[in-house]
Design a binder for this molecule. Structure first.
Ligand code: ZN
Length: 695
């Protein structure tokens, strides 16, 4: 939308801008961060035609607009909310607002319609419409300045230092408004000294110092860059040499709102994969010795396999160890695999064990500390900071979910809203009142909330930027839908299981094509679930985990039944932490149908590729008297897809399933939103055949 190339500007002989390149795309919020005198306001003035650039080019939607005058720029769709507000103190609120649309020469009706819109966004301005602007508080004047700019219905809104001189609470309110403007589709160029605020509120950012762009990138990456963070706060020293570099660039007097946002870094300290492997071998040796000496169950198993703690000399020796299964957990009920005396156990958790006894796991204080630390790492990898408000809509109680999400959130310094699952009315109320920025739930609950937000038409009043969801497989179309209905939120799939601490043992990174797992806390093997032999690198198989420092109930080659694959090589995000694909399903979920093994996720994948299809479906399996199996697939049409398209869509889905899975299905296309939604895991497979033996 806006493109600035090679822009220079002078005040007399003094050069204020040096070859600045900057780009703002439609719908983006872009932050321009810099200290006082860095050249930010000059840049805005060049854009508005208030200062003539001495070189370079400004183009708007492909048209050259360099040197266009201010009134014309307003007509072209730019509006500025200036630094220091610049409201006319002897005019009323109403008169100030009317000034914003003067260059547009609007009709009376249009002008009053726009006033109504501004008043509905800023109710305080409506209350004070006839009051003189000079009598307003600083925060109200800022709202007035923004309202005045909005009167022009700009396609690009320029905000110059909106938080300057305001108290933190008022700043919260102003930034909530900026966020809502962005969600309603306004493109924004935000100029700020308050780095933390600006970076948290924007998609990408440019750092400007002494008239030059010195740093640029995704805002979440810049905000979490440890060098930038320490430079914003610290003076140059031997331990913090970056401060001098950025200090020289004039960046150190940028305000970082919460000084204690000098966050702990939760990423592992290893330089490369070799260092990680050294740590892993030491951990494996410790675990085998600890289990052998601490647990009668493990000792018996290891003795039977002829293993002593000294057997482990390399990571390859892992393959000599016997497996641990859910059956071992049931046999050892109520305290299976316990490897420390009871006085060291500080908590137990249990999983929801659908069949038989619950799986109960013991934790020492160190186990809990480790879990909290790597859960904080999950949040950090998702770009969550102390400025975030995290609404935790997962189960609390004996389950690991709620408390895990909570401890990690508090550790990373964000504000936790422990809402628990269900209660949609309360969830929506909290989203609106607390302006939560992160929502944590199952994928089904996230979809349920997304549809409710859509139904109530409140998407542009909430502030959710990120959704962290887990414990359930999710299709691509479901993710897309959740993100859209939440007003463009970024989704992060989080993994974990109770046996292995709980949720938070890995998370999707900002590249969104893999899960990073915490290879410094556990080893991951991928084996063929039938032969229990390793699969070739990169192929799908069952995930087997071995913990490296878990004290209460260590796991040695625990069969998780989850199906995934390792992704070789290093991620584009730069993390050295190893990766696996999103969990495809469980080895015991596989549908055996006419001799073919089908993962429900392959159905997800196929449905995702057919436009016009909703994200909910059910698979019904039946067997007739002749012993022949039938699969009926019930699929929702997408919203507003007409009935007359049913034959064409049915044909396409059946064709794709036949082609990709080599099976025939009966297809039923139902209305949008006709299948049940659940805030827990939605049941999608209904198998009424005599159950085959599970693999
Ligand atoms: Zn990554």
């Amino acid at each position: 939308m806006l493109k600035i190339n090679n822009l220079t500007a002078h005040y007399g002989a003094a050069q204020a801008l040096f070859n600045v390149d900057l780009e703002v795309n439609q719908g983006e919020t872009v932050a321009l961060v810099g200290a006082n005198g860095a050249g930010k306001s000059t840049l805005l003035k060049c854009l508005m035609g208030l200062v003539k650039p001495s070189g370079g080019q400004i183009s708007l939607n492909g048209t050259d607009v360099t040197n266009t005058n201010p009134d014309q720029m307003v007509r072209l769709g730019l509006a500025l909310s200036p630094e220091g507000r610049e409201v006319f103190s002897h005019l009323s609120v109403l008169e100030n607002l009317q000034l914003g649309a003067i260059p547009l020469k609007l009709s009376k009706t249009e002008s009053s319609a726009r006033l109504d819109e501004v008043f509905s966004r800023f109710s305080k301005l409506q209350e004070r419409r006839d009051q003189l602007a000079g009598t307003l508080s600083g925060g109200e004047q800022q709202m007035l300045a923004m309202g005045r700019a909005l009167m022009a219905k700009p396609s690009l809104l320029l905000l110059d230092e909106p938080s300057l001189g305001l108290a933190p609470l008022i700043t919260d309110e102003i930034f909530a408004t900026i966020h809502q403007l962005a969600r309603s589709g306004t493109t924004i160029l935000l100029v700020e000294q308050n780095a933390a605020r600006a970076l948290s509120a924007s998609d990408k950012a440019y750092l400007l110092a002494n008239g030059k762009i010195v740093e640029q990138g995704k805002s979440s990456s810049l905000l979490n860059d440890p060098i930038l963070r320490s430079a914003f706060l610290g003076a140059a020293s031997d331990t913090n040499p970056a401060a001098s570099r950025l200090g020289a660039a004039g960046l150190t007097n940028i305000r970082l709102e919460k000084p204690d946002m000098q966050q702990q870094n939760f990423m592992p300290p290893f330089k490369d994969e070799t260092e990680l492997e050294i740590h892993q071998l030491a951990g494996l040796q410790w675990t085998v010795r600890h289990a052998y000496e601490g647990s009668a169950e493990y000792r018996e198993k290891l003795d039977q396999a002829n293993i002593t703690p000294d057997t482990i000399q390399s990571l390859d020796d892992l393959q000599k160890l016997p497996f641990t299964t859910a059956e071992d957990l049931r046999k050892g009920y109520p305290f299976p695999l316990r490897s420390v005396p009871f006085e060291q156990i500080v908590r137990v958790h249990a999983s929801s064990g659908t069949t038989g006894k619950r799986k109960v796991l013991c934790y020492t204080q160190k186990d809990l500390d480790n879990w909290t630390d790597f859960f904080a790492r999950c949040y950090q990898m998702a770009g969550v900071t102390p400025l975030d408000r995290v609404q935790i809509a997962v189960g609390y109680g004996v389950w690991t979910a709620g408390i895990g999400f909570q401890l990690g959130c508090e550790k990373v310094g964000a504000m936790a809203v422990p809402a628990g699952p269900g209660n949609i009315d309360m969830q929506i109320q909290f989203l609106l009142d607390f302006q939560s920025t992160v929502f944590c739930s199952t994928a089904s609950m996230a979809l349920l909330m997304a549809e409710e937000i859509h139904k109530r038409g409140v998407a542009d009043q909430i502030a959710i930027k990120k959704i962290i969801y887990g414990s359930e497989r999710s299709s691509r179309s479901m993710r897309k839908k959740i993100s859209e209905l939440f007003g463009g939120a970024e989704l992060f799939d989080i993994t974990g299981l109770t046996e292995l601490y709980g949720p938070g043992t890995g998370i999707e990174c900002s590249e969104h094509d893999c899960i990073h797992y915490w290879g410094d806390y556990y080893l991951l093997e991928i084996l063929d679930p039938e032969t229990l032999q390793p699969v070739p690198e990169g192929e799908w198989g069952e995930m087997i985990v071995t913990t490296l420092c878990k004290e209460g109930a260590p796991l040695i080659r625990y069969r998780t039944r989850d199906i995934t694959r390792k992704i070789p090589g290093r991620c584009a995000c730069g993390s050295i932490l190893p990766r696996h694909s999103r969990i495809k399903g469980r080895s015991d979920d596989t549908i055996k149908f006419r001799g073919v093994n089908i993962y429900p996720s392959s159905i997800d994948t196929i449905l995702s590729t057919v436009p016009g299809i909703g994200s909910e479906y059910q698979i019904h399996l039946t067997r007739n008297n002749a012993g022949r199996d039938h699969m009926r697939l019930v699929v929702e049409r997408a919203e507003r897809v007409e009935v007359k398209r049913i034959p064409e869509l049915s044909h396409e889905i059946s064709h794709q399933i036949k082609k990709q899975l080599l099976v025939s299905v009966d297809l039923e296309l139902t209305d949008y939103a006709s299948l049940p939604r659940s805030e827990k895991k939605s049941q999608r497979v209904f198998d009424s055949r005599i159950q085959d033996e599970i693999v």
